[in-house]
Write a protein that binds this ligand. Structure first.
Ligand code: LLP
Length: 383
């Protein structure tokens, strides 16, 4: 956890800002790489979780690949040290320009979500004289038991190819000159802490492997997606990588030629980032005291959008205990980070750390109310 001293050494930067703990990030990456290496797995970082350049460079430095969902993410991944052969391109609505850019960049594989998309990738690849490797995103109908906005693998979700359309997608991908069918892709949701969800996913993947085998289709890429959650009530804890990878290592009926890909976002950067904000006012409400802070939903939207819990700590003061509702300055009733939480006696000028904000924090910031975007600082930056 950042201390007031850690923050002050930056000579009072303009709050709010994201504080990234480099040591925590490196420890997380070491755990991911060593636990996944036990099974020869390939881990791609889901860039959407955090596209801060330094974070990206650090992750590339640990040898992970990149899972991108836009042409701009591919460009940034290339700029920050990821090799084209380690980049996959996912997303339900890839534009022609983005597909063209990905083909020109010679990325490893497109994760495709519909027959219509396969047709466009094929046309563009043929026109440019190349062949696109594709994995088909299959909707596995496995419930992630997480917030409905971040559940993706159940029926009627906009993501993935339905079982009814799979036959057609496989035939098209196998018969088109501009496409090479490499494999299948899954992703059931995000912030998944019940690891049984991944056990269910493995069962489903094995069924699909048999399905491909029975049709005589050769595939060598199995992309199991991401989704491993983090413990928001214990922001200093690493995610349970050992158990997570063991599930896939023991349950997947894998053949020697199969490459197993993961696309983890939150589990890689989530615990390394805190949003640091300053208390502007203490204000008495009818049934609660408000700590009005200078960060708002524009800096970290997760509590407002998903009712997400982020632990909040007062890093200036540790005396006493009072309950506060911590709210931001944005003109929306939803601009509240936490209601009625115990904090030390808090005063104007105190710094609060909103923890576990290293994924889907900085990247989802907006300029609503014409607010400035939050800055970022790394724990090892020169004083
Ligand atoms: N692969 C695909 C195809 C995805 O859609 C996602 C996340 C990931 C991988 C990475 O998932 P992760 O390992 O980070 O759970 N803004 C939301 C989360 C949206 C996740 C979208 N897809 C939040 O703040 O909770």
């Amino acid at each position: 956890m950042p201390t007031e001293k850690d923050i002050r050494k930056f000579d009072g930067p303009k709050t709010p800002f994201y504080y990234y703990d480099t040591d925590m990030l490196n420890r997380t990456l070491e755990s991911v790489t060593s636990e996944s290496a036990k099974y020869g797995f390939h881990v791609h970082f889901a860039v959407k979780a955090n596209f801060n350049r330094r974070i990206m460079e650090t992750i590339a430095g640990h040898g992970l690949g990149a899972d991108c969902v836009s042409g701009n993410e591919i460009k940034l991944a290339l700029e920050t040290g990821f090799k084209p052969a380690d980049i996959v391109f996912a997303g339900v609505g890839k534009s022609d320009t983005e597909i063209g850019y990905a083909l020109d960049s010679r990325i490893f594989c497109f994760n495709c979500e519909s027959v219509a998309e396969l047709q466009v990738i094929n046309e563009l690849a043929v026109a440019g004289g190349s062949v696109a490797s594709v994995a088909l995103r299959i909707n596995p109908n496995v419930d992630a038991n997480t917030h409905s906005y971040i559940t993706t693998g159940i029926e009627d979700s906009k993501f993935g190819i339905r079982m009814e359309d799979l036959e057609r997608a496989v035939s098209f991908a196998s018969e088109s000159n501009g496409l090479k069918l490499r494999g299948m892709h899954f992703h059931v949701g995000s912030q998944i802490l019940n690891l049984n969800v991944f056990r269910n996913l493995c069962v489903r993947i094995n069924e699909m492997l048999n399905w491909f085998d029975s049709r005589g289709n050769f595939i060598d890429v199995i992309n199991v997606g991401g989704g491993l959650g983090i413990d928001h009530s214990n922001p200093d804890a690493l995610p349970p990588f050992a158990e997570y990878f063991r599930i896939f290592g023991t349950m997947l009926e894998r053949k020697p030629h199969h490459k197993i890909f993961f696309e983890l976002g939150r589990a890689i950067t989530g615990q390394s980032g805190s949003l640091i904000t300053r208390v502007l006012y203490i204000k008495e409400g009818e049934n609660t005291s408000f700590a009005i802070v200078d960060a708002g939903m524009t800096d970290l939207i997760r509590p407002s959008l998903y009712q997400a819990y982020h632990k909040i700590e007062n890093i200036t003061s540790a005396v006493g205990e009072v309950r506060y509702t911590v709210a931001g300055p944005v003109c929306e009733s939803a601009d509240v980070f936490a209601r009625n939480i115990p904090l030390p006696v808090t005063r104007r000028g105190d710094l609060l750390a909103i923890r576990s904000a290293g994924a889907y924090g900085e990247v989802m910031a907006s300029r609503y109310n014409m607010r400035d975007l939050p800055g970022s600082i790394f724990s090892d930056e020169a004083i």
